[in-house]
Design a protein around this ligand. Sequence first.
Ligand SMILES: Cc1cc2nc3c(=O)[nH]c(=O)nc-3n(C[C@H](O)[C@H](O)[C@H](O)COP(=O)(O)OP(=O)(O)OC[C@H]3O[C@@H](n4cnc5c(N)ncnc54)[C@H](O)[C@@H]3O)c2cc1C
Length: 412
Amino acid sequence: MARVLVVGAGIAGDTLALLLGRAGWEVTVVEIAPDLRTGGQTVDLRGDSRDVLERLGLLDEVLGRLVPQRGAAWIDRTGRPLATMPVEAFDGNGYVSKEELLREDLARALHDAAGPTVTHRFGETVEELTDTPDGVLAHFRGAPPEEFDLVVGADGAHSRVRRLRFGPEASFRRPLGLAHAWFTLTETPATPGLDGWFLTHNAPGRRSVEARPGHPGTQEVGLTFAAVELPPRHDRAARFALLDEVFADAGWRTAEFLAAARVAPDFALDTFDQIQVPRWYDGRVVLLGDSAWCASPLSGLGTALALRGAAELADALGSAAVSEHPDRLSDALAAFERSMRPRTRAAQRLFPGRVRQAAPVTERGIRVNAWIIRQLQSRPVRKAVGRVAARHGQDPSADGPGPAAAGRAAAR
Ligand SMILES: Cc1cc2nc3c(=O)[nH]c(=O)nc-3n(C[C@H](O)[C@H](O)[C@H](O)COP(=O)(O)OP(=O)(O)OC[C@H]3O[C@@H](n4cnc5c(N)ncnc54)[C@H](O)[C@@H]3O)c2cc1C
């Protein structure tokens, strides 16, 4: 039985583990977090995600966990709507879809489906990877070294496997100039309800404050702002001080959110980056998901690419019958890369103006943006957006509301 080590129990890692486990591989997954990671906002089931989940036999299960949503609304600092886009817009292909579930529910469904040939070790990671004549010796943080036929770095945009094997993060990171904090807010009787709407309040100075429906009794909050570097991950005080400073006068429910962030169990803060690695494999080590090709949350395609990438890698290893013919590994990894490169390249070509549209600079830009969102939903403009989206390898749904297409002006 061929042995594979998957580093990272995220969407990509656990999907691959599931598929290789079913194909007869002995799979070990190490995840640095003490448990399966919770938190994160909703992920979309349109396109690739749906196909792969259907193939995995998990579609019905995830469809049973959808978050009921009515659409997206852009509001001013008092909460008054400037523009709306219901889930029915663009024939169901608008910004928010009826078929979305929380990332943690998808991660849980994938994780729970793993069979007996998959072993998860939480609170564990690799410290070093050494080639041997027949494999790779993985040195773990908390366990003796073990040899594997294949090591997969599915450990996200800040991948350690990538650093150990391919080089420092700075060589591959392309910052988009924005950062994003996200966390779950637990509602109290005093919490304003969302009534199924994903609300976005843009404040001048490239700031965006969002709240969207989560599990019953919760809201998923996001705070987006201009930044290329952040205080270190372990320095929580500095991170919260930065948020306080940036969002001090942003209006709407921002003060409530800043307080909730401090007590949220799943608070996270990161920059919006893309990752570009010239080659995704080296010997018996391969990168998968955000570690290889992160297109950033602004692409709206991270989950779909992770699911599709895992399926393509499993297929490539299966077609070459690598578990019986280890000498074919390199061909299989090359085939995997050939199949995924065009998709990831297309995903990284963000809709024109997308970054600026996510966080406009001026009050006027915010108003223009809202106007464009309203106009977009008129029939003639809808068609033009479809054409621009096709040129960028994305549909409007995959990349936010698409007003950015016509709306570079909105960002000024
Ligand atoms: C908790 C969480 C919440 C997220 N929320 C959103 C969201 O709201 N919107 C959005 O667009 N994207 C979000 N993402 C990113 C999104 O999941 C990915 O873009 C996409 O699904 C690609 O998945 P991935 O498996 O490549 O990476 P990820 O889903 O990021 O998974 C990587 C996994 O590797 C683990 N890991 C990291 N370093 C190590 C290490 N050294 N050793 C072992 N394990 C390691 C991480 O803990 C994580 O479980 C979130 C990711 C996480 C982990």
